[in-house]
Design a protein around this ligand. Structure first.
Ligand code: SF4
Length: 702
């Protein structure tokens, strides 16, 4: 019998159709794309198509372990509860922290957030989504008063001009890219512009590629704003009715990007290309700006997001078909985590600690005894606090920070210093599990059950279709066991994910009255069967919008106090560290087509290594010649923070004096290849997102 579920990789959130094998322990007998899912209409990329080969069998963590000894769940969770209680009594609630993941399901996130923020009393709940989309969140909130993605995937097909910034969607969001490519093939007049220092596979469909100097994106959008005014395409009526702060923002854009010549020098692209972009922008109403980690992973990532949004507000190109600023999330459930408050600077259900009356409202809803009162520590600060001994118990869930966080040497020091490191994972030997005092066996995709939300606000079911192996349990269940052992049984007595989803939905609508964007209150009484059968749907889902909401801000009303959107004046900023004599190369990082994150899953499928089978560093031939580096030769990359040895790939797809390294390979797959070890812990001051697209390094042939 076939069943429907959702791909666990990227933020496209494709639907997957599977048939469970006659002997369920043998996995799936077939796996294809789900024709009925509005994200992918049956298509799957190579990662999704090969999910069958990545069901975790080898190296599976099957029993709880404390200090290397197998123990029962009861022993493990009692031990964790007792250690958390002791540390909280001695050092206060902020001595505990969760470090979660965009891989866990919304229901898992909800329960973790509730335990920490309502019952332990700390907002130290952060996630690897901090590395992915935190800047986009703050950008939206500054502009709209809420973390709201206005667009949907259809807008990418319906627009006449698509500006893709800091995204290699051809490799990172392949099904969206295929949809865009198909739309363009059908309507060749549709223009695609790619803004990226690298010439990536995404440029294959581009009418114009602006290979900008790394980090200079904001100047391009300030230029477009200034040009909009100069070319009389700002929408005065929309600006007057629906926005605040236009004049100051325009003045700032005109100062920093007065003309094509200045911007050309700043961004390292030709005046002709800038004029072409400005002309297309000025003459095309249906425009979408599509942006991802290349924008977000920057010390001025939030400003870059707002520079993009400013252009759409100025022209009124938002809230209508084929228009809008559209941030694309990297992970399958980065959005779902945001919905429940799974970031240290959020409270719950798109409320912040600073939202008037929100702490009291959530406290009343949860009947919580120990509400956190202020923001917790964001990912980088959290690991620094662990190293400083301020956080003494750290519970890491479904993520591998020893590979993915910048400056992995600092992460190692932090984990070694921490009094108790708990890791929930389905694998027993990742780079991070090596530092765990307690290991909890988690359910992988195909066994775990719940919901995820993709980049267009679409909630889909990720279904538990295969039997759990060994003693593996859902993350929400493990958290509830610990909560129960701490004396909070009644607040954590969920029998299933269905119970949690209903509570989550009820909180989203609790005393909301249209004040907050995230509202799925129609699901607060959803039956068990309806939850099991839930079809993909875009939030908000309320009495007024029972079939979901395809597009936001159609009426020009936002979630600020006066319902007007905010323009944000943007001063163009440079990346925080510039190359110099000692560190002459700019290091850029990103993904390859067939691998996912730290390869804990995709590394199991031999077929996914056929495309690219080992880590590499892309070097411009001119630089390689100057350093006598031959193609395929091993090269040592050094920075102030660490080193990596990688094979050279000579390519004019990178700019001279720039190198590119993929993020995936771990010490297990290639011992000296962890690119994060080279990257400093520099973050955007507003979002806390690390500047992982811009480090400085030196190169030497080995
Ligand atoms: Fe999975 Fe993303 Fe590929 Fe879709 S595009 S199949 S969600 S990896």
């Amino acid at each position: 019998m076939s069943a429907l579920t959702t791909c666990p990789y990227c933020g496209v959130g494709c639907g997957v159709k599977v048939s469970v094998a006659e002997q369920p322990e043998n996995g799936f007998s077939s796996l294809t794309g789900d024709d009925s899912h509005p994200a992918n209409f049956g298509r799957l990329c190579v990662k999704g198509s090969n999910l069958k080969d990545t069901l975790v069998h080898e190296d599976r963590l099957l029993t709880p372990r404390v200090d290397g000894q197998d123990v029962s769940w009861q022993e493990a969770t009692d031990y964790i509860a007792e250690r958390i209680q002791r540390v909280v009594e001695q050092h206060g609630p902020d001595a505990f922290a969760f470090y979660l993941s965009g891989q866990i399901l919304t229901e898992d996130y909800y329960v973790a957030n509730k335990l920490a923020k309502g019952f332990i009393g700390t907002a130290n709940v952060d996630t690897n989504s901090r590395l992915c989309m935190a800047s986009a969140v703050v950008g939206y909130k500054r502009a709209f008063g809420s973390d709201t993605v206005p667009c949907n995937y259809e807008d990418l097909e319906k627009c006449d001009l698509l500006i893709m910034v800091g995204s290699n969607a051809a490799w990172t969001h392949p099904i969206l890219f295929q949809r865009i490519a198909a739309a363009k093939a059908k309507r060749p007049k549709m223009k695609v512009v790619v803004i990226d220092p690298r010439k990536t596979a995404t440029c294959d469909i581009a009418d114009l590629h602006l290979a900008i100097r790394p980090g200079s994106d904001a100047a391009i959008f300030n230029f477009l704003l200034a040009e909009s005014e100069r070319r009389f395409v700002t929408n005065g009526e929309y600006i007057k009715q629906h926005t605040n702060g236009f004049d100051a923002t325009l003045a700032s854009a005109q100062r920093s990007a007065p003309n094509a010549k200045t911007v050309s020098v700043h961004c390292g692209v030709s005046e002709e290309d800038l004029e072409r972009l400005a002309t297309w922008w000025a003459t095309t109403d249906k425009t979408v700006s599509f942006y991802s980690q290349g924008v977000n992973q920057s010390s001025s990532g939030v400003d870059k997001c707002n520079a993009i949004i400013n252009c759409h507000l100025a022209t009124g190109r938002i809230g209508q078909e084929g228009m809008g600023p559209f941030s694309i999330t990297g992970q399958p459930n980065a959005m779902g985590g945001r919905e429940v408050g799974g970031l240290a600077n959020q409270l719950a259900a798109h409320m912040d600690f600073a939202t008037p009356n929100a702490i009291e409202l959530v406290q009343r809803f949860w009947q919580a005894p120990n509400m956190a009162q202020e923001n917790g520590l964001k990912a980088i600060d959290m690991f620094q606090a662990v190293e400083q001994g301020k956080i003494k118990v750290l519970w890491i869930m479904s993520t591998n920070p020893m590979v993915s966080l910048p400056d992995t040497e600092q992460v190692r020091r932090a984990l070694e210093k921490c009094e108790l490191v708990i890791v929930s994972d389905c694998k027993q030997s990742t780079d991070t599990t090596a530092y765990a005092d307690v290991l909890l066996p988690a359910l992988p995709w195909s066994e775990k059950d719940g919901t995820v939300t993709n980049s267009e606000r679409r909630i889909s079911r990720q279904r538990g279709l295969l039997p759990a192996r060994g003693e593996a349990k859902a993350d929400w269940w493990a958290i509830c066991q610990v909560a129960g052992a701490m004396g909070y049984q009644s607040a954590f007595s969920y029998r299933s994910v269905h119970d949690i989803f209903r509570e989550h939905a009820a909180l989203s609508g609790f005393e909301n009255h249209g004040k907050r964007d995230f509202d799925i209150s129609l699901f607060s009484n959803i039956s068990e069967q309806a939850y099991q059968d839930l079809l993909p749907i875009q939030w908000p889902v309320t009495k007024e919008s029972p079939n979901g909401t395809a597009r936001m801000f159609t009426d020009g009303r936002f979630f600020t106090a006066d319902r007007k959107a905010n323009f944000i004046p943007i001063d163009v900023k440079e990346p925080q560290i510039a190359p110099d004599e000692d560190w002459p190369f700019v290091l850029n990082t990103g993904r390859v087509r067939d691998q996912w994150h730290t390869m804990t899953r995709t590394g199991d499928a031999a077929i996914l290594s056929r495309h690219i089978d080992q880590p590499y560093v892309e070097i411009h031939p001119q630089d390689a010649a100057a350093l006598s580096i031959a193609d395929h030769q091993l090269v040592r990359l050094t920075s102030l923070y660490g080193e990596a040895v990688l094979r050279a790939k000579l390519s004019d797809q990178v700019l001279p004096k720039n190198v590119f390294v993929p993020i995936h390979w771990t010490r297990q797959f290639a011992s000296q290849s962890v690119v994060s070890s080279l990257i400093p812990q520099i973050v955007d001051a507003l979002s806390g997102q690390p500047e992982s697209k811009h480090a400085v390094v030196n190169l030497q042939p080995v």
